[in-house]
Write a protein that binds this ligand. Structure first.
Ligand SMILES: Nc1nc2c(c(=O)[nH]1)N[C@H]1C(S)=C(S)[C@@H](COP(=O)(O)OP(=O)(O)OC[C@H]3O[C@@H](n4cnc5c(=O)[nH]c(N)nc54)[C@H](O)[C@@H]3O)O[C@H]1N2
Ligand SMILES: Nc1nc2c(c(=O)[nH]1)N[C@H]1C(S)=C(S)[C@@H](COP(=O)(O)OP(=O)(O)OC[C@H]3O[C@@H](n4cnc5c(=O)[nH]c(N)nc54)[C@H](O)[C@@H]3O)O[C@H]1N2
Ligand SMILES: [Mo]
Length: 762
């Protein structure tokens, strides 16, 4: 007898079909016009052999090999929940007493899963906050650079993740859309908090309404065929040069919007002279885009209502501030900011829901606890934090102290997936005494922990999915019992809080059901203030979703419209109240890697000065997964080549190296090496290789820095360098590699089965 229950994941809403306590299938949410394919990978992943069946402790940790010990190579020993809870409570208390609360790192970056109550990182930070606090991290890997930069330039982060100019306005008013980094359809399959509506239909509707899309990217595949986009190949990391040259050409034609630059911007008189040298011919040498194309695109922007956008990936590169700042400057020169459906915004092709027309309604989330510890790092500086205890780090005008971290707690994120230069991370990871990881699966971060807590997946608990970009709030009904001895993070932390004497403050005396009712009631009351009368909890739970009030046909939103109409009455939240083409604040920091104006800075790793056999490696978001999640599922498996992640190569680049389709290769540079399977793709610019993130890190010799990853995780290759000292963002896309045939026998992929486990007498 099968049963069907409503559920949700970051990769889509679905109905869970169960038989005898197992998830056997998923069905798309009936209201989803374009259900994401990825939902089909859920059942095999939930029941994967890679699930963690019970708590474990690293044998070496029990034997005292702690601080200074390289993790990842030791076997694990099974323990009971009672024992692990007691041991862990003692260890937390000892760390706090001996080294202070800041010695615990609880930044725990990661996407966790869709439910908002059981959101692992929120649960962990609530537990650590109420217990005395922890050193944390700020900003997201996704757009850390933009998060620190945009407040200086436009006074808001809404321009890449908030209520930006929507697709309805673009479709109606724009006729041209320049998309640096494209509008990759695969990225829309995923929304943090759960997705019922991707952006695919909206961008297709805009194209159908006559908006000409131009995909300016090293990869033709960044725009799906249905968009009919033109493709302008560009060298990775050089977009700022092209944008500066477009401005230069507009000025040469005398067609810059002088009125807008004078009334709505500051710093034009400083930026303009720097453009003199940035001719289209100069930019052709940098970008590989013909000068004629650069001129023609600039002229088309002048002659058509134009929307400018760039993917978030452009700022995950060395000097990633520059293309974002330069694109804002280009929109200012065109005078298009705040014109209906025009101007500039970032990420229309970066995540589901971006640019979807939406209602302003409150969010639903677990109330955070205050963190008494003031210390934080920008999210990408984790290795540095561990390497330089007692040091300081410059960030956005401040010197941040780097505490001496003795204990790390990670729940709902995977630094051995997301961080760059994993071999550097592996060495830095030896610094703490104790590393605790809560995970449903034996992912790389669990394998590199001392204490492993087996967590339930969303299917094993009740929750509510919600994203501010979505039309639906979704009930997530528990569909199967907890697998093995897995427990909800909330319950594990409640027991730890109990052992440490603060269970009541952590749980507020609510169980799961009471918490869901409580969070829903708060959300419902807040929504009422926005004029939305949501149904009561019982009805919501029975129906499986709440539909937000629809957007009226013809309704549209253009960001900065009020500022455009009256900059005095509606100033931006910048020091000048205007668009800052020159920033006094940034200039005063005197940073060689981010001066006070948008400019061209040549990245350390770039095709501009690559050695003859080097390729530029881009590590894009995977079409077959969410990050490292769903890697054990059938969709990711079907895409692999002899079990290795595919690396896309231009056929001529492959031929030059004697490589053919389907062959396994070694991809390497001075930082590390991995195996991958060759997939030929003429839609790549020459010299560029594409290896998606997310194949589970699988070192041939676990715990040994530099060991070959046999599976194809690009982060053994990528550099762990900041985009600049201003923002300390991550530079994953600035990476040169070499590729050669793999001649040896193929080592097995062991990432999806448990690590070495030793039963020892208790
Ligand atoms: N080279 C390169 N690297 C990149 C990027 C890139 O473009 N190139 N992109 C970066 C970006 S934008 C991002 S956002 C990051 C993503 O990095 P992460 O967010 O760290 O990646 P995920 O694989 O989503 O990790 C979430 C983890 O949480 C676990 N999890 C899920 N549900 C639960 C739960 O209920 N409880 C517990 N305890 N755990 C749970 C999952 O099993 C998974 O291991 O990667 C970054 N890394
Ligand atoms: N299916 C799926 N969707 C996802 C995710 C996932 O894991 N799976 N992750 C989600 C997350 S957390 C995030 S942050 C977003 C990220 O969204 P993005 O950052 O937009 O995604 P990417 O795939 O990394 O990059 C998009 C494209 O940018 C191009 N590109 C890279 N460097 C350059 C450059 O220097 N210049 C130009 N012009 N183009 C360049 C690459 O060809 C790449 O395919 O995706 C989200 N969507
Ligand atoms: Mo991200």
């Amino acid at each position: 007898m099968s049963e069907i229950r409503p559920h949700a994941a970051h990769w889509g809403f679905f109905d869970a079909v169960t038989e005898n306590g197992r998830l056997v299938a998923v069905r798309p949410f009936a209201r989803d016009p374009a259900p994401p394919a990825l939902i089909a990978s859920t059942p095999a992943t939930v029941h994967s052999p890679a699930r963690i069946d019970r708590p474990y402790i690293r044998k070496g940790w029990l034997e005292g090999r702690r601080r200074g010990h390289l993790r990842g190579g030791d076997p694990f020993v099974p323990v009971s929940w009672d024992r692990v809870t007691r041991l862990l409570a003692e260890e937390i208390a000892r760390t706090r007493a001996e080294h202070g609360d800041a010695a615990i790192f609880g930044g725990s970056y990661g996407w966790s899963s869709a439910g908002r109550f059981h959101h692992a990182k929120s649960q962990l930070q609530r537990f650590l906050g109420l217990g005395g606090g922890y050193t944390t991290s700020i900003n997201a890997y996704s757009y850390a650079t933009a998060q620190a930069l945009m407040p200086h330039i436009l006074g808001t982060n809404e321009v890449f993740l908030g209520r930006m100019t929507d697709w309805a306005a673009i479709a109606r008013h724009a006729r041209l859309m320049l998309c640096f980094g494209g509008l990759a359809a695969k990225n829309g399959e995923v929304t943090s908090g759960g997705a019922s509506v991707s952006y695919g239909p909206n961008m297709r509707a805009a194209a159908a309404a006559g908006v000409r899309m131009v995909n300016i990217s090293p990869y033709r595949g960044d725009a799906e065929a249905a968009l009919g986009a033109e493709w302008v190949p560009i060298r990775p990391g050089t977009d700022a040069a092209m944008m500066l040259a477009m401005m230069r050409h507009i000025v040469a034609l005398g067609r810059e919007d002088r009125a807008f630059l004078a009334t709505h911007c500051v710093g034009w008189e400083r930026l303009r002279p720097t453009l003199e040298a940035r001719t289209p011919e100069w930019a052709e040498g940098v970008t590989g885009v013909p000068a004629g194309t650069i001129r023609a695109l600039a002229e088309r922007c002048l002659d058509n209502p134009t929307m400018l956008t760039a993917a978030w990936s452009l700022q995950r590169a060395e000097f990633g501030e520059q293309p974002y700042w330069a694109l804002v400057a280009l929109a200012a020169v065109l005078g298009s900011i705040g014109k209906p459906g025009q101007g500039v915004a970032f990420g229309y092709g970066s995540s589901g829901g971006i640019g979807n027309p939406r209602r302003e309604l409150p969010g639903l989330s677990l109330p955070p606890a205050r963190n008494p510890v003031p210390h934080f790092i920008p999210v990408g500086r984790i290795a540095e934090l561990l390497e330089r205890p007692g040091g300081t780090l410059f960030y956005n005008g401040r010197e941040l102290p780097l505490p001496d971290i003795r204990m790390i707690f990670w729940a709902g994120g995977n630094p051995f997936h997301h961080h760059q230069d994993l071999n550097r991370l592996l060495r830095a990871w030896a610094h703490p005494e104790t590393i605790v990881v809560s995970e449903p699966w034996w992912t790389a971060v669990a394998r590199h922990a001392d204490i492993v807590l087996p967590a339930t997946t969303t299917l094993e608990r009740n929750d509510i999915a919600h994203s501010s970009r979505d039309r639906f709030l979704r009930a997530m009904h528990q569909a199967i019992p907890p697998q093995g001895q897995a427990r909800n993070d909330h319950d594990a932390f409640a027991d730890l809080a109990d052992a440490l004497g603060y269970r009541e403050r952590f749980t507020e005396q609510r169980d799961e059901g009471a918490w869901l009712r409580h969070l829903y009631a708060r959300w419902r009351a807040a929504s009422a203030k926005f004029g939305f009368d949501a149904p009561d909890f019982e009805r919501f739970w029975a129906e499986g979703h709440v539909e937000m009030p629809p957007i009226a046909p013809g309704e549209e939103h253009t960001q900065f419209a009020e500022f455009r109409a009256d900059p005095e009455a509606h100033p931006l939240d910048t020091p000048s109240g205007r668009v800052e083409l020159f920033s006094e604040t940034i200039a005063a920091m005197k940073l060689p890697d981010c001066p006070g104006l948008p400019c061209w800075l040549p990245p350390r790793e770039s095709l501009l000065h690559a050695a003859p056999r080097e390729l530029h490696l881009l590590s894009q978001q995977p079409p077959t997964r969410l990050h490292s999640q769903l890697d054990p599922g059938p969709i990711a498996a079907a895409d692999k080549i002899q079990g290795r992640e595919p690396i896309r190569l231009h056929p001529e680049d492959a031929a030059e190296r004697g490589l053919v389709e389907g062959q396994v290769v070694r991809v390497f540079n001075a930082r590390g090496a991995c195996l991958a399977g060759v997939r030929l793709d003429p839609g790549l610019m020459r010299g560029v290789a594409l290896l998606a993130t997310g194949a589970w890190f699988d070192p041939l010799e676990p715990g040994v820095p530099g060991a070959l990853c046999v599976h194809g995780n690009p982060n053994v290759l990528t550099p762990d360098v900041p985009t600049s000292a201003l923002t300390q963002g991550v530079s994953a896309q600035s990476c040169l590699v070499r590729v050669e045939p793999w001649e040896g026998p193929l080592p097995p992929v062991r990432a999806h089965v448990p690590p070495r486990i030793e039963e020892i007498a208790a």
